[in-house]
Design a binder for this molecule. Structure first.
Ligand SMILES: Cc1cc2nc3c(=O)[nH]c(=O)nc-3n(C[C@H](O)[C@H](O)[C@H](O)COP(=O)(O)OP(=O)(O)OC[C@H]3O[C@@H](n4cnc5c(N)ncnc54)[C@H](O)[C@@H]3O)c2cc1C
Ligand code: SF4
Ligand code: SF4
Ligand code: SF4
Length: 412
């Protein structure tokens, strides 16, 4: 039997499932709502292909390193509608639009009802669905097999997704096909349990699907901004929940207490990566105030082909000092968090099924202002535990930034 990632380290990338020639691997839903895998011993012929694809156990080169080899940029899409629809500034959207305009395919995560899954498309009408951040775990399904078939047939494919999913894709696609494949990963703070959405939908009868998790109705802001969950009901009516107080979906995501176990010790957070590009928000920016309203992206180009892709996709860029990105976005280079150890995370698999919506909201979305008085001890514990987690994160981040900057000085 193959030795694949453990429940603690498995990223749910489904690379192993795509690679298995005997279809011996199937997804299973765990108690915490995240998807794991099951290997059917009756079908497995022990060929080892799944182990070679798995980004956690494979012996392929590591996904990245923390050095300053890559180019650090600020940027935004020139096309105003692509930029407006983008989670940040439409970088992924602009590249997908360019690749499709040249007859190629774009792959990325879309919402289908309450599920977030990857699709591959050559239809520009799918662009709005591909754009925007979906703050829930995305399911790759068999998208990697689909991409491999397209590449074998001579097509170009652009894949934008989570770093662990890009790592699996690059292991899975034979090296001879890599020149036709462009990849961008996002700066990833972790993915929350799909059960948050399921429990939210239970509490909001008639909810059919999510329209957006965040948007720029009130502009983008370098200090961060409020998420804005919008959903559609069975009659097709849009509900904007921004005036409803905290919700289990976006505030639950922000609390990081329902993330995949692998996200608390992410093995894919590096300043220099195997992907062509890494994209995220340029938090803390002070250089481009005139651009803030429409969004400014942090872009890290890891390869010359990544840089060329930006140029031909209608994206404006300006090189910036690496510290401008590193000092405000620790998840680019540090995937560790002590929140995995907190009792709320350990008990997620039980509490998410046992408790009612209001209690889940108190615990997993930190909605403690509306909690009854007997929640005061829990509130004190929550404030203290989150402060300690934040402090440890800051100390770790400062240490890694110092090491990165020293590596540059040493190489001079
Ligand atoms: C779960 C999650 C955590 C994030 N954490 C951070 C963070 O800590 N710091 C930071 O700076 N940025 C973070 N981001 C990235 C940021 O929110 C934007 O997605 C990114 O800047 C791209 O914006 P854009 O306007 O260029 O892309 P758009 O044109 O809006 O396209 C968005 C792209 O992101 C992909 N995508 C969206 N949601 C998912 C998902 N759930 N799974 C896989 N792919 C997805 C789509 O495939 C699409 O190609 C996170 C995004 C997600 C989804
Ligand atoms: S070892 Fe081969 S047959 Fe067995 S699960 Fe892995 S890929 Fe499938
Ligand atoms: S390939 Fe992905 S889904 Fe399969 S065991 Fe490894 S990490 Fe988990
Ligand atoms: S935090 Fe790491 S393991 Fe978790 S989804 Fe993001 S890239 Fe994958």
């Amino acid at each position: 039997m193959p030795e694949l990632a453990s429940e603690k380290t498995c990223t749910g990338c489904m690379g192993c499932m795509n690679a298995c020639p005997k279809d011996a691997i199937a997804p299973v839903v765990q108690a915490d709502g995240h998807k794991g895998i099951h290997v059917d011993p009756a079908r497995c012929v022990e060929c080892g292909l799944c182990e070679r694809t798995c980004p956690v156990v494979s012996t392929s080169p590591p996904y990245g390193t923390n050095n300053l080899e890559s180019r650090f940029m600020a940027g935004w899409a020139d096309d105003s509608s692509i930029r407006r629809r983008g989670a940040t500034s439409g970088i992924a959207g602009a590249i997908a639009a360019h690749i499709m305009s040249e007859g190629g395919y774009a792959a990325g995560a879309v919402m289908e009802g309450l599920e977030c899954r990857y699709i591959v498309t050559s239809d520009p009408a799918d662009l709005p669905r591909l754009q925007g951040s979906k703050y829930t775990a995305s399911f790759p399904g068999m998208v990697m097999r689909h991409i491999r078939r397209l590449l074998i047939d001579g097509n170009t494919v652009f894949f934008c997704g989570l770093p662990c999913h890009v790592a699996a894709l690059l292991n899975y696609i034979p090296t001879r096909l890599h020149p036709q494949l462009y990849t961008a990963d996002i700066i990833c703070g972790g993915v929350s349990s799909p059960l948050l959405l399921a429990r939210y939908a239970d509490a909001h009868p008639g909810m059919k699907g999510v329209a957006s998790f965040r948007n720029k109705d009130n502009g983008w802001h370098p200090k961060g901004y409020k998420y804005n969950l919008k959903y559609i009901d069975a009659a097709g009516k849009m509900h904007d929940t921004s005036a409803d107080g905290r919700n289990l979906v976006t505030d639950g995501f922000a609390c990081e207490l329902t993330d995949r176990l692998s996200c608390y010790d992410c093995q894919f957070a590096f300043t220099h990566r195997r992907s062509d590009l890494t994209i995220g928000d340029l938090w803390g920016d002070t250089h481009f105030p005139g651009q803030h309203h429409d969004g400014v992206s942090a872009i890290i180009a890891h390869s010359p082909r990544g840089e060329s892709l930006l140029k031909v996709s209608g994206i404006s860029t300006a090189e910036i000092p690496p510290e401008d990105i590193l000092s405000h976005n620790a998840r680019l280079f540090c995937g560790k968090s002590i929140k995995r150890m907190l009792p709320e995370r350990r008990m997620l698999g039980k509490l998410i099924h046992w408790l009612g919506y209001r209690n889940l909201l108190h615990i997993y979305a930190s909605d403690l202002r509306s909690a009854p008085f007997y929640w005061i001890p829990f509130t004190i514990y929550r404030v203290l535990s989150f402060r300690i987690a934040e402090k440890i994160k800051q100390i770790r981040s400062r240490y890694i930034i110092r090491k990165c900057l020293n590596s540059i000085n040493d190489s001079k």
